[in-house]
Write a protein that binds this ligand. Structure first.
Ligand code: PMV
Length: 320
């Protein structure tokens, strides 16, 4: 009745921005991501029949705001008559600031909860449960480079390259640690309703996915770099053209893009992506990792720099 799990965040190279079905949280298009290694969420869950309500501690502090979403996910796994859950979650990176903490949190949650409930679920079943809580969380169940496809009624998710098959380094420039003002769920619904570019964005997702998939299969760094940056800037164009506009960037975000352009001009194998937050993620070949770290540290407005290799999918650490 007790289990502990670990999951790492994932960073999308071909992004998910928009839902086909809001109630079922079904994405409007597929996406492709890299699962990280050294940033993590560890989660301990115990179902306790003597308690009446769920409790959730995140980094030692009560997180009542997140509880309804967590409880809904647990209800789906354990059924409405399930025992109350005592959950402790620890995260070694900033939460809700555009660093995919919801992805690692919900991936860790479904793994720990299903073990504590004595369920035997496949990674795909767990990914589908995590995805109903946070679309991107489904990808954190799998290692390395991961593709999510949207079928008639549900998602399909699988790893398309193991972490050691094509080692890449992800360096994150933290430019703000406060939580973002609008979460990605309501923000993507706003884009769907108001951005004149939303339909165009969706219409081109399959083509971008095809390019990225081929780039991964052929280890074509330049092609993956080009499609990732283009896809990211398209998503932000949709965000910027929403009403009211969704501008997650700050001045340091733009300074980081200038740093990446300078590194590229110097011949470094690097490219950027940015999610629903002001942090910049720089993907590079591992040998360029140190140069990227130094350059981002020296960039105006950067608060911190974190680096990670590609890593494993969510997994159980302890089950009792
Ligand atoms: O899974 P959510 O609801 O946190 O949305 C994720 C949205 C992006 O991070 C911006 C893109 C992505 O594919 O991860």
């Amino acid at each position: 009745m007790r289990a502990t799990s670990q999951a790492q965040p994932n960073i999308a190279l071909v992004k998910y921005w928009g839902k086909r079905d809001v109630a079922g949280n079904l994405p409007a298009a597929g996406s492709l991501s890299v699962t990280l290694d050294s940033l993590w969420t560890r989660m301990k869950i115990e179902f306790d029949g003597t308690r009446k309500t769920d409790t959730l501690l995140v980094n030692g502090e009560e997180a009542a705001g997140m509880l309804p979403r967590v409880a809904r996910c647990l209800d789906e796994l354990g059924g409405p008559g399930r025992a109350a859950a005592v959950i402790e979650s620890d995260c070694n990176f900033p939460i809700a600031a555009g660093l995919a903490s919801s992805a690692s949190s919900f991936a860790a949650l479904v793994v720990a909860a299903s073990a504590a409930l004595g369920l035997t679920s496949t990674p795909l079943q767990l990914a589908r449960s995590a995805g109903r809580a946070s679309g991107s969380a489904a990808r954190s169940l799998f290692p390395g480079i991961v593709e999510l496809q949207v079928g008639e009624n549900d998602i399909e998710v699988a790893s398309i390259s193991r972490p050691d098959a094509w080692p890449l380094t992800v360096t994150v420039a933290v430019t703000e640690t406060a939580a973002k003002k609008i979460g990605s769920g309501p923000a993507m619904n706003l884009s769907k309703q108001t951005s004149p570019f939303y339909q165009e964005w969706l219409a081109r997702q399959d083509a971008d996915l095809q390019i990225a998939r081929t780039a991964v299969a052929t280890r074509d760094f330049a092609s993956l770099a080009a499609v990732t940056e283009h896809n990211c800037l398209k998503m932000h164009s949709v965000m910027w053209s929403s009403r009211p506009s969704l501008v997650y960037w700050n001045a340091a975000t733009l300074s980081c893009l200038e740093t990446v352009r300078r590194l590229q001009a110097d011949g470094a194998p690097v490219f950027f992506t940015i999610d629903a937050g002001p942090q910049v993620k720089v993907i590079s070949e591992p040998h360029a990792g140190e140069t990227v770290t130094k350059a981002l540290h020296a960039t105006s407005g950067v608060i911190d720099v974190m680096q990670s290799a590609l890593g494993d999918g969510a997994r159980l650490l302890v089950s009792q």
